[in-house]
Design a protein around this ligand. Sequence first.
Ligand code: ADP
Ligand code: MG
Length: 217
Amino acid sequence: MIKAEGIYKRFGDLDVLNGIDIEIASSEIVSITGPSGAGKSTLLQILGSLEKPTKGKVYLNDIEISALSKSKLAQTRNEEIGFIFQFHHLLPEFNALENVCIPAFIGKKAKKRTEERAMGLLKRLGLSDRALHKPNELSGGEQQRVAVARALINDPKVIFADEPSGNLDSENALQLHELFIDLRNEFGKSFVIVTHNTELASMSDRQLQMKDGLLLS
Ligand code: ADP
Ligand code: MG
């Protein structure tokens, strides 16, 4: 589903990724662990088309996304790819429901249908009664679940999560990772999850380790 071949990334004279080959199957949950500075976030950004590799190719369902034009790339990212970050990156002046709807509105989806879908997702994530609250009125776990709903609103094929539980206590972190597994089981999404926590990483289908810009085998 996602395939990357011979990925190199250099920032100035710093070699951050040194030849990465990776394939993620449909409905697969893959975790990536490794020391700080190993290049995990850079790899995730390249797989998610937020960043271009210096060398190498990234395919999403056989389409080479690393070669798409800027506008086509933005459209593909909006429709096919979801992101969850360590800090929720919710917009503070909008409530939970509005935050979840934003990627759909960017994709020019109809307002009413989008809001219904967003409410359905919030309900699924146990947040029905939090929908009209702003991020600063939500707990850390709730904020991160709103971010999950936002990542799901456009029904993407794959979700990239960069240390999504890095800012949560252990109970909420475990719940979040269990939620990823449930969502894969229910909706068949693929997840690529970077985490420092080896226990949480071990819940995935496949564990990858990174060091010095390479995947360890
Ligand atoms: P990790 O997520 O594993 O901690 P990163 O991918 O964030 O690692 O970073 C790997 C290396 O690349 C680090 O040395 C970091 O400073 C460097 N780096 C990341 N992004 C940039 C950038 N935009 N410009 C310059 N250097 C960067
Ligand atoms: Mg990182």
